[in-house]
Design a protein around this ligand. Sequence first.
Ligand SMILES: Cc1cc2nc3c(=O)[nH]c(=O)nc-3n(C[C@H](O)[C@H](O)[C@H](O)COP(=O)(O)OP(=O)(O)OC[C@H]3O[C@@H](n4cnc5c(N)ncnc54)[C@H](O)[C@@H]3O)c2cc1C
Length: 313
Amino acid sequence: MALFDALRPAMLAAARSPRLERTISTMPATRSLVRRFVAGETEADAALAATALLDSGRLASIDYLGEDTVDAASAADTVAHYRALLSVLPRSHGPVPKIEVSVKLSALGLGLPNGPALALENARAVCAAAEIVGAWVSVDAEGHASTDTALSVIRDLRADFPTVGTVLQAYLHRTEADCRDLSGTRVRLCKGAYAEPAAVAFQGRAAVADSYLRCLAILMRGAGYPMVASHDPSMLRAALRLASETGRPTTEYEFQMLYGIRTEEQLRLAGEGYPVRIYLPYGAQWYGYFMRRLAERPANLGFLLRALEKGHR
Ligand SMILES: Cc1cc2nc3c(=O)[nH]c(=O)nc-3n(C[C@H](O)[C@H](O)[C@H](O)COP(=O)(O)OP(=O)(O)OC[C@H]3O[C@@H](n4cnc5c(N)ncnc54)[C@H](O)[C@@H]3O)c2cc1C
């Protein structure tokens, strides 16, 4: 594990390397491994996988893969994909919709000139399309340099679409304070998946877990709708304990896990009557997402190396 932890920053840096992306994306041997984490490349693939999740008693949060958009046309294309997706998904009205979509503001243009206004306009278009079919929208958290701007865009978005969810990353020092600010709203709490420096983020698994537990307590004691995004048994146990301590019913929080990760635990919790939403990514630009999943677990890196080795035989 110590060697793997030392390799993690290099793997996260590789997640942003266009050269490695070309190599890994074009190798047929990696395809089946990618399929473990990604529903496929088209809206039809995403709708099929989402329907299977709903049929199994789980909920879905669907993400059209793409980040760091380079021009306004690609950002508009991302909006078009969300509209197409929402038009083929099962309709889902009710206090806790079965379908949520997750969006990345960088894919909606946040990094471009006039980025905050452009990303806000694009996010509004996605929210309007989601509202028609009764789906929720949550905004993913990305690198720390964009956190302030992203939170301010989400605040503006919530003025028109009050159910919009914010994703917060427990590894950031600032997140406890952000949890206090946002504890009356819908907040997805995750540990955080990017390589962040010690100046802004806790380093090491124990410090991140401690921060997660502090943030979780704030959200579970607040008046909002916490989304407990973790596969870590200690975080899941803490959420259940806090729900019982605070008398929070299962209609007022949910668990969230990633497609392809700890599937048995997803089904076990859903079978016991807890709401479990699965983050389901699709799209051709799976490389960055896939590399972040590999960086989370030594065994995944082993799977990739074996797939690459087979590809060379
Ligand atoms: C619904 C959801 C949305 C997310 N959204 C964001 C976001 O917007 N921004 C962001 O920075 N991060 C996001 N993440 C990722 C998150 O930050 C973590 O990187 C990831 O969830 C791993 O942390 P963990 O809490 O599961 O704990 P860990 O301690 O990393 O994992 C606990 C256990 O879960 C299993 N596990 C975890 N990851 C993997 C994996 N990749 N492959 C196989 N097994 C694994 C292992 O059994 C591991 O021991 C999201 C996670 C979820 C579940």
